[in-house]
Design a protein around this ligand. Sequence first.
Ligand code: ASP
Ligand code: MG
Length: 421
Amino acid sequence: MFVFKFGGASVKSAEAVKNIVEILQRYDSEEIVVVVSAMGKTTNALEKIIECYAGENRECFRQKFEALKLSHMEVVGGLFPDQDHKVYSDVENLFDELDARLTKDPTLNYDYDYDQLICFGELLSTTIISHFLNVSNVPTRWMDIRKSLKTDNRWREARVDWELSSQLVNEHFKFNGERILITQGFLGATINDQSTSLGREGSDYTAAILAYMLKTESVTIWKDVPGVLNADPKYFDDTILLEKLSYLDAIELAYFGTSVIHPKTIKPLQNKNINLHVKSFVNPDAPGTLVGNLTYNKLTPSFIFKMDQVLLRISPLDFSFINENNLEEIFGILNQYGMRINLMQNSAISFKMIVNNDRRRLRLVVDALEEKYKVVYQTGLELVTIRYFDQSTIDRVMINKELIMEQRGVQNIELVIKDIG
Ligand code: ASP
Ligand code: MG
């Protein structure tokens, strides 16, 4: 048994859906659990709808709702010439349900409302693809992941109840003559059946969870890139495909921000020694990247760029030294406002950290810190992590840059840099 995961880009149009079906037809002797994200930029569009809804701006969310419906109906139209096919009423029903939810007043809990609405993206995409697989003679069953993947009620960042979910997943994900069981990434539900979500870009994680619980042979994430590259092609012309990655290397790269694999994905797979393939849906014959229990001699340097970073330098108002109590207080404030630290360093009289330039959070954090500390901050920085660095890789990154801060480990170096000029 395999798990395949298809992201938003691989299901963004009728053509893209046809391509998925072709890929699945290649594996005609396999049983496959297929995990799918919302189509294209649907989750972003739903987030905008939710914002308008929470602000009770009816006109704004109505208009966006109609646009979302239109784009889905276009895909359905491109796949099903038979206007009487059941997919039309199924999709219509989902939009009616979404509509009904939007007609109710928002509750006072934004994150709860978010989860009750955001789930429609994946419910729609899987419904459409499931029907299309069946008309393409690939026997498929649609599964509502919310009946199997149970979580707590930490809305938008729900944590999985592993024991209960494992039991339910193994009960429900049984092949009865179908070749494909298709389900939603990113979603879960509480034991009271209220929808939850696992955090943005969480579908990879869903694929890993299901693979872990079902003890499958492997997971394949199908992407619009050839595999995991050693740098983002946005920043480097000559990137190298990493054909093999150990679990540890994959975790490190994902943790520091390689966008190809979601950071939570690797751990469950490593625990059960399940291989992960990252392959191109444009070029399915190419081998892509294999992540597993692997060793290799050649350590290709990888570069991870985080743009628009901010350096905060925090020091006690009375010029005293930074101590454990200060650190506890500082971390408490960061935790309270959900601010993630990308890099930190402390010296006798100050604590320095690099964070994303999330203006709303930054304002709240700085205001809270300033009650007790002097806070100086610098914007417009880049954070570059190089795994398996050497001097030549550092030189490459430092061209026309000024070094603001650096942290060196055995395998990784992190450079906080700024454009010169
Ligand atoms: N559709 C969700 C998102 O865009 C989950 C995913 O794509 O993995 O965040
Ligand atoms: Mg997505």
